[in-house]
Design a protein around this ligand. Structure first.
Ligand code: R5P
Length: 299
């Protein structure tokens, strides 16, 4: 009997396979189907009465489907008397909705936390949460929030004058911590969001000196690419020699590839917390792997 068994939802099988190989732990079989009306059905095919399992599932697009699948896998395992069930959620979708921005808005990250705990998981391992406050919604189980920024440290150009840039106020803490670690100055771009229109942001100013420097923008997530590209134009206007970007989660939509590849960004680094469709990749994009980071945490 294995010490622990891994299971994978449908969102990122490639990463799950890599983690399984790294840990030399078997990937259990799941029969996961979706009926014509959109409902999901999940059945654990082999679990051999394991006491500990880890279920790997990113809550990427379509987030609702993958969340439901994760909850159903949790419930199915729980019914087989598994004692310790880790939800390994490399990308924890809905985390950007961590507070009510306007009266009457649901705190979606809190609802997701309730669902994951209710499904029977006893621990969550995730990577680069949009904000630490999301972990606070998990009242009954621990949350391990790993960071992929160590991967970013390895791609910084050597012997160059570098500044670390936060593309908005929300990312300041993350960028500040990283700037300290790599001993580089910190720069901040002020971004304003129009809450009435989705995916609409405007960058208004740069705080800090970027003249003749290589600007490295650090962010948690790229969706449309708008935040990065607007910040890049502003940094170039302020004299940056070159702009590169690192974001942990490539939560791309169909237009992201064009927006980023046609932008003045020199290079964009992301990780494989989310499986990126082949047709959404482009030459300036490098995908780094979080396999070792997650495997180490499971261990
Ligand atoms: C926002 O607060 C996040 O940290 C990202 O900056 C944002 O989600 C990126 O979205 P987009 O690529 O659509 O601008």
């Amino acid at each position: 009997m294995a010490i622990m068994k891994l299971f994978a939802g449908s969102s990122n099988p490639k990463l799950a396979q890599k983690i399984s190989e790294k840990l030399t732990l078997p990937l259990g079989q799941i029969d996961s189907i979706r009926f014509a009306d959109g409902e999901a059905r999940v059945r654990i095919i082999d679990n051999d009465s394991e006491e500990k399992v880890a279920v790997i599932q990113s809550l990427s697009n379509p987030a609702d489907s993958y969340l439901m699948e994760l909850a159903l896998i949790g419930d199915a395992l729980k019914s087989q008397d598994v004692e310790k069930m880790i939800a390994v959620i490399p990308y924890l979708g809905y985390s950007r909705q961590d507070r009510s921005h306007r009266p009457g808005e649901a705190i979606s990250a809190r609802v997701v936390a309730k669902l994951i705990q209710a499904a029977g998981f006893t621990k969550v391992i995730t990577v680069d949460l949009h904000s630490e406050s999301v972990a606070g919604f998990y009242h009954h189980i621990p949350v391990v929030n790993l960071t992929a920024l160590s991967l970013c440290a390895s791609i910084l150009p050597k012997g160059e004058d570098i500044v670390i840039v936060s593309p908005d106020a929300g990312g300041m803490k993350r960028a500040q911590k990283f700037a300290q670690e790599v001993d580089c100055p910190l720069v901040f771009v002020e971004k304003k969001r129009d809450l009435a229109k989705i995916h609409t942001t405007k960058v208004v100013r740069v705080v800090g000196d970027v003249k003749e420097k290589i600007a490295v923008i650090i962010d948690d997530t790229i969706t449309s690419g708008g935040t990065l590209v607007q910040a890049t134009f502003l940094l170039i206007q302020h004299g940056a020699k070159k702009v590169i970007a690192f974001a942990t989660h490539a939560d791309f939509v169909s237009a992201t590839r064009t927006i980023l590849s046609e932008s003045p960004l020199e290079r964009i680094y992301v990780t494989d917390t989310i499986a990126i469709k082949k047709e959404w990749q482009f030459s300036k994009l490098t995908v780094l792997s979080v396999t070792d980071l997650i495997a180490q945490a499971i261990k």
